[in-house]
Design a protein around this ligand. Sequence first.
Ligand SMILES: *[C@@H]1O[C@H](CO)[C@@H](O)[C@H](O)[C@H]1NC(C)=O
Ligand SMILES: *[C@@H]1O[C@H](CO)[C@@H](O)[C@H](O)[C@H]1NC(C)=O
Ligand SMILES: *[C@@H]1O[C@H](CO)[C@@H](O)[C@H](O)[C@H]1NC(C)=O
Ligand SMILES: *[C@@H]1O[C@H](CO)[C@@H](O)[C@H](O)[C@H]1NC(C)=O
Ligand SMILES: *[C@@H]1O[C@H](CO)[C@@H](O)[C@H](O)[C@H]1NC(C)=O
Ligand SMILES: *[C@@H]1O[C@H](CO)[C@@H](O)[C@H](O)[C@H]1NC(C)=O
Ligand SMILES: CC(=O)N[C@H]1CO[C@H](CO)[C@@H](O)[C@@H]1O
Length: 461
Amino acid sequence: MALFTTLFRLLFLLLLPLFFLVTHSHGLELNSTNQKPKAVYFTITKKGPFPHHYYMTYLRLGTPSLQSVNLAVDLGGDSVWVDCDNSNYKNSSSFKAVNCRAAQCDLLRSTACGNSCNITTTNRTSPPWYCSTRACYTKPVNPFSSSAAAGSGVTGVAVRDVISIRNTADEDLSPPWQFVFTCAPSSFSAGSLPGDIKGVVGLGDSLASLPTQFTHTFFTRRRKFFVCLPERSRGVVIVGDHDLNPEFYRTFIHTPLLRRNTAFPYKGNESMEYYVCLVAIKVNGRDVPVNRTLTCTFDDKGNGGTKISTVDPYSVLESSMYQPFLKAFLKELPSFSKGAKLMKNPVKPFGACFTGMGINRTGLPRVPPIDLVFMRTEYSNDVTWRIHGGNSMVRVSGDVMCFGFVEQSRVIKKDMKQPAMVIGGYQIEESVLEFDPSRSKVGFSPRLEKAKCDDFKPNHM
Ligand SMILES: *[C@@H]1O[C@H](CO)[C@@H](O)[C@H](O)[C@H]1NC(C)=O
Ligand SMILES: *[C@@H]1O[C@H](CO)[C@@H](O)[C@H](O)[C@H]1NC(C)=O
Ligand SMILES: *[C@@H]1O[C@H](CO)[C@@H](O)[C@H](O)[C@H]1NC(C)=O
Ligand SMILES: *[C@@H]1O[C@H](CO)[C@@H](O)[C@H](O)[C@H]1NC(C)=O
Ligand SMILES: *[C@@H]1O[C@H](CO)[C@@H](O)[C@H](O)[C@H]1NC(C)=O
Ligand SMILES: *[C@@H]1O[C@H](CO)[C@@H](O)[C@H](O)[C@H]1NC(C)=O
Ligand SMILES: CC(=O)N[C@H]1CO[C@H](CO)[C@@H](O)[C@@H]1O
C-alpha cells in the first residue's frame, strides 16, 4: 500500500510537466522560450491588528483584464483556493473548468465528480458562473476556519485560468501562464477570512501548491522556494532556482524535513506541512528541557513534531515545554534588562508581559538570546538558529512588551493535528527561509541585518 502510494505520487510528478505543456499549447501563445524565468516572485505584506496578524499576497487572474485577488499565505496549505462568488475574480472569459476525469483533478485531491450547474444555495438562486457539468469537486483547507476542512460535502470546483507572474526583477512575464486552483463558494469561507482576504495560497509539499505548479511550469527539476515574512514593509515568496550571494548563503543553517507520511503511509494522511525536529532550546546558552519524543516524532494520531507555520501568528509550545522555557527566560532576563517589570496580568494570548524593558541602540529589546537547536543534516552537527529581541518580544502598546511565545493549551484548534511546537510567523519575520522538499531540507538565515525582506532580491545579497 505504501509502495503503491509512493509510486502514484512519483508518477504524477513525472507526468506533471506534460499537463502544463498541454495547457500552454492549447490556445495560448508562447512568446519565446527564453521568457522562461529561473525564479518567480510574489510579494507578501503583513496585515491585521494585534494579536491576529497574518501574511497576505495577491495573485492576478483571469480575462479580459487580470484581476488582483488578495490571498492569505499558508505555508502548509496544499493548494490555492479563491472565493469566486465574492472577489475581484469573477466571470473570467479564459476560465476553464477542470474536467473531473482530467489528471489535474487528481492534483487537487478531488473528492467527487458531478454537475455543479444546478447547485443553488440559500444565498444563491442562479448557478455559479464557474459551474461545470462535469465538475471536479475539491475540498481545500481553510486554516482560518475553526473546524477542519469546513465539514463535509461539496466545497469547491477545480478551475484553470491565466495568471500573471513576475520575475525577481519585478518584471511581468509574458505569455499568460496557466494556473490550477479551486473556486470555492462564499459559504466555504463563511466570514472566517480576515480583512479583505478572498482565499488562500498554499505553499505546501503537495502537487497543487503554488511552488509545485510553478516549478513544473518552468520545467526545473528541483522544487525549491524561499520565504521572507516582513515585519513591516514587504516580504517575498520566491519560487525556483534562485542564486543567493554565496557569502549570505553560508550564514544559513539547514535541517531535514520530518515526514509525517512515513508514519502514515496512506493517501490522505500525508503531511503537506513542513515539520522539523527541534532537539533543544537554549536561553542565554542554558538548556531548557525539550522532550524529543514530542518535538521530533508523531504519535499514532499524527500529533507531535515541530511545525513551521505562517498562519499561526506566534510560536506555540506544548505546556510541558512552555513553562520551563518561560521560567528560564525570566531567570536570565535581569542580566539583560534590569528595569523590566513582570506585569501581574499578561496580555492574551501571551504568558508574560513586561513594562520598562530596556532597548538597545538599534531599538531592539534587550533580552536573553533564544537558540532553537535543530537536528543535524547528513553533513553537519546539530544546528543552532538564534532568535533575538526583535523576534522574541512583541510590543503590545506603549511601554508594554510581551514574551512572544504562546502556551498550547491557550490555543484551541478543533480537529487539527496538534504539533508539540509551532514556529509561528512572528519568530521567522525578516529571516529568509529556504524550503527544498526535493532534498527534504529547510534552511534558515539569521535575521537580516538591516531587517528588510524587501532587499531580498537576486544579486542584492
Ligand atoms: C514578445 O516578446 C517581445 C520581446 O520581449 C515583446 O516585444 C512582444 O510584445 C511580445 N509579444 C507578445 C505577443 O507578448
Ligand atoms: C459574464 O460574461 C458573459 C459573457 O462572457 C456575459 O454574458 C454575462 O452577462 C456576464 N455575467 C456577469 C454577471 O457579468
Ligand atoms: C444536477 O443535475 C444532474 C443531472 O441532471 C443530477 O444528476 C444531479 O443530481 C443534480 N444535482 C443537484 C445538486 O441537484
Ligand atoms: C447568506 O447571507 C447572509 C446575509 O447576507 C449571511 O449572514 C449568511 O452567512 C450567508 N450564508 C452563507 C451560507 O453564505
Ligand atoms: C516525553 O513525551 C512522551 C510522550 O508524551 C512521554 O511518554 C514521555 O514520558 C516524555 N518523556 C519525558 C522525559 O518527559
Ligand atoms: C541590539 O540587540 C540585538 C539583540 O536583541 C543585537 O542583535 C544587536 O546587535 C544590538 N545592537 C546594538 C547596537 O547593541
Ligand atoms: C491517523 C489517521 O488519520 N489515519 C487515517 C489515515 O487514512 C486512512 C484512510 O484514509 C484512515 O482510515 C485512517 O484513519
